[in-house]
Design a binder for this molecule. Structure first.
Ligand code: SAM
Length: 270
């Protein structure tokens, strides 16, 4: 089920650690790969679409925990986690029980049912808009995964009251590559091209330029005098990021600092 596809080359980042094999299936024991495949197939056979989507969501929240990328921990012998931002297999890993992981992903304290109950309490009335413009009518939520560099394709200028953004932290977390783990189950292709990041093909200059371009897009859609909050957390980009826009606005950024800036967009004269 997790195809014959190879792990992206630039993902062999595991200095000093035993690397995973070249294929995604190398990241799982045969038993867990089989159990996950059975589970995924059963979920895909559900005819009620919202239930199928919710169960697929629960599946993607736990499938990586059923992999071999989960180190054993003497302090917590019955649980583990995907410990580093890469595809790797630690010398001593835990083979977790797929059914128990899925049960917990659905019914556990931080599981889907509890999350849904919470969101039902918080968001009492909602109707999804197909386009941003539909928000003027009854619809009150517009959800879209879209390239920030093309934000203006879907959101008109001067139309947003508040922006909260959490841009990529240089290349410290290779989001697109790590996402491939779930993309393979879900059957979609990861888009590496649009990713604003730093890796073997994209250097800091690229990252800086694209981040600036992304903020320019955000600036355009934000109404005059309204606010933008940026969170940024990097332990490795210290010197680079100080010259980076808009983070340079805070002056100095120290290691391990997680910042939240509130930037007011100046009122425009015209
Ligand atoms: C720091 S993470 C934000 C994570 C998010 N706060 C969350 O909790 O899931 C940065 C995100 O920006 C995404 N990203 C990178 N380039 C992008 C682009 N051109 N357009 C839209 N998103 C992009 C990355 O894939 C990653 O998911």
């Amino acid at each position: 089920m997790v195809s014959q596809r190879r792990i992206p080359e630039r993902h062999h980042l595991c200095t000093g650690r035993r690397e995973a094999g070249p294929h995604f299936y190398d990241l799982f024991t045969k038993r867990n790969l089989r159990a996950l495949s059975l589970l995924w197939e059963s979920i895909q056979e559900l005819s009620h679409v919202p239930t199928r989507e919710l169960m697929s969501f629960a599946f993607t929240s736990m499938s990586h925990l059923a992999s071999k990328m989960t180190p054993t921990r003497p302090s917590r012998p019955f649980s583990s986690f995907w410990a580093i931002n890469s595809y790797w297999v630690p010398p001593s890993y835990m083979e977790s029980n797929v059914w128990m992981l899925f049960e917990s992903a659905v019914n556990g304290r931080q599981g889907l049912v509890s999350a849904k109950q919470d969101s039902n309490r918080t968001v009492t009335k909602w109707k999804e808009a197909k386009r941003f413009g539909d928000l003027q009518d009854e619809a009150n939520i517009f959800l879209k995964a879209h390239n920030t560099l093309e934000l203006q394709e879907i959101i008109p200028d001067d139309s947003v009251d508040y922006v909260f953004t959490d841009p990529p932290y240089g290349g410290s977390v290779p989001y697109a590559e790590l996402c491939t783990m779930w993309a393979l189950w879900k059957g979609f292709k990861t888009n590496y091209d649009d990713e604003i990041t730093i890796n073997d093909e994209k250097n800091f200059e690229y990252y800086h330029k694209m981040l600036q371009a992304a903020f320019r897009q955000v600036y355009k859609v934000l109404k005059s005098g309204k606010y933008l909050t940026v969170t940024f957390h990097s332990m490795t980009l210290r010197s680079g990021i100080q010259s980076s826009m808009p983070l340079s606005l805070v002056g100095s950024i120290s290691r391990r600092l997680c910042i939240s800036l509130q930037l007011e967009r100046p009122q425009r004269d015209c």
